[in-house]
Design a protein around this ligand. Structure first.
Ligand code: GAF
Length: 410
């Protein structure tokens, strides 16, 4: 198959090598190695912070955390997190801090201060939920990852969730998976400064192999929906445009602010409280741009419900038109696509994908294409050719599988 897969897609081997690196760095074996996956969102974009519906799945690219307790109250985090360029992992310097100072450091860093904001932010968020960082033992954490950074596949949620499940178990905190998802989200919102919703951490913690996670972001009820992709001869291709994005800046926050402003104008607690019947009232009350933002959220919620019903009743091969409609709505109404994402969607559809859409927060990152396995090579070749013809950087294209959520690996 003519696709390129990010390096290190072997779960046991990477857990072992992360443990070995931990041992080289600390002189002792870790107490355990935990891992958490990135995600693709099948459908339901920018609906999570509007308390609507999302339907992501965890993927077979993960972050590993090798963790060992210390007796001196120090937290020391090291990483070999990989970039998007496929050059592999190179260890970076440690972040070392007395555990008792984590809350202050995280709240004053104000922040987006690099990779250490994610694991340290998780420790801070755990302290909000009862972990007493002044009395708990210190900890060494070493992180490795195969989730490409900046590709919109939730590399940050994977770090947060791997750290959270490890510390939750080692420190005996007894928090549930939904509580750990909230911890990861809080770390992202406060320590990293990205005003994101609950979707990515929920997918990373609740995912199950070959299932999508249908999440009601208001009640937090999660239902696992069998996808049956392999059985139907389908592949889920990721087309990473390599256009890097960040949710701590600009467009993401302004979309969220527009939704909040619309709620005030329309007198509803959240856009979740509006359905298709409310569109005329919204159009009358809002300026054109804000109305289009609201229309995206309302119609996208409905598309999530339709997608889940379609998968259940007719199988995943039938969801293509819903994926296409979702992309159009993000391109035209929410205006979070970029030319590279639009081209990835158009070229993959023209080459035989059943449906395609950008995935994640937008402004760069990746698209997904649902492809009959027999067409994978053709779609890959034609998307690459279209990018070449447009003068865009070569995209990284690889299949992903719906995979298990965060777990202890050794
Ligand atoms: C990013 C955020 F982290 C999610 O919470 C979600 O809002 C998504 O963008 C857009 O659907 O991944």
């Amino acid at each position: 198959m003519n696709t390129s897969t990010p390096p290190g897609d072997d779960r046991t081997a990477t857990a072992d090598s992360t443990a070995r690196t931990f041992e080289q760095l600390t002189g002792r074996a870790p107490d355990g190695v935990w891992s958490a996956p990135g995600r693709v969102n099948l459908i339901g974009e920018h609906t999570d912070y509007n308390l609507g519906f999302v339907f992501p799945c965890a993927i077979n690219l993960r972050t590993w955390a090798a963790v060992g307790l210390r007796s001196d109250g120090i937290v020391r985090v090291t990483t070999g997190l990989s970039g998007t360029d496929g050059t592999g992992n190179s260890p970076e310097g440690p972040a070392t801090i007395p555990a008792a100072e984590v809350p202050r450091a995280q709240l004053t860093a104000a922040t987006a201060s690099g990779w250490s904001a994610y694991p340290l932010g998780v420790l801070w968020a755990l302290s909000e939920r009862g972990a007493d960082l002044t009395t708990l033992p210190g900890v060494d954490i070493h992180l490795e990852s195969t989730v490409p950074v900046g590709a919109g596949l939730s590399s940050s949620a994977a770090i947060e969730c791997a750290t959270a499940v490890a510390i939750n178990e080692l420190w005996g905190l007894g928090l549930s998976r939904p509580e750990l998802a909230a911890v990861g989200q809080r770390a992202e919102n406060v320590a990293v400064g990205a005003p994101t919703g609950i979707m990515d951490q929920s997918a990373s913690l609740l995912g199950v192999a070959d299932h999508g996670v249908f999440l009601d972001c208001r009640s937090l009820d999660a239902t696992l929906i069998p996808l049956g992709l392999a059985a139907a001869g389908l592949e889920l291709l990721v087309i990473d445009t390599t256009v890097s994005h960040s949710h701590a800046t600009g467009g993401y926050a302004s979309r969220r602010a527009a939704c909040e402003q619309a709620c005030l104008t329309l007198g509803v607690p959240s856009l979740r409280d509006l359905g298709p019947d409310d569109l005329p009232r919204a159009e009358a009350a809002l300026d054109q741009e804000t109305f289009r933002r609201v229309r995206h959220v309302i119609t996208e919620n409905q598309r999530v419900l339709d997608t889940v019903q379609t998968v259940r009743e007719r199988g995943a091969a039938a969801i293509g038109p819903l994926l296409d409609a979702s992309h159009r709505s993000m391109r035209d109404d929410y205006e979070i696509s970029v030319p590279e994402l639009d081209l990835a969607v158009e070229a993959s559809r023209a080459a035989g994908a059943l449906g395609a859409r950008m995935t994640g927060g937008g402004f760069g990152g990746a698209a997904i294409a649902l492809v009959p396995g027999t067409r994978t090579g053709q779609v890959t070749r034609e998307v690459r050719a279209a990018f070449r013809a447009a003068g865009f950087a070569t995209p990284t294209i690889f299949p992903v599988t719906a995979s298990a959520g965060a777990a202890r690996d050794r």
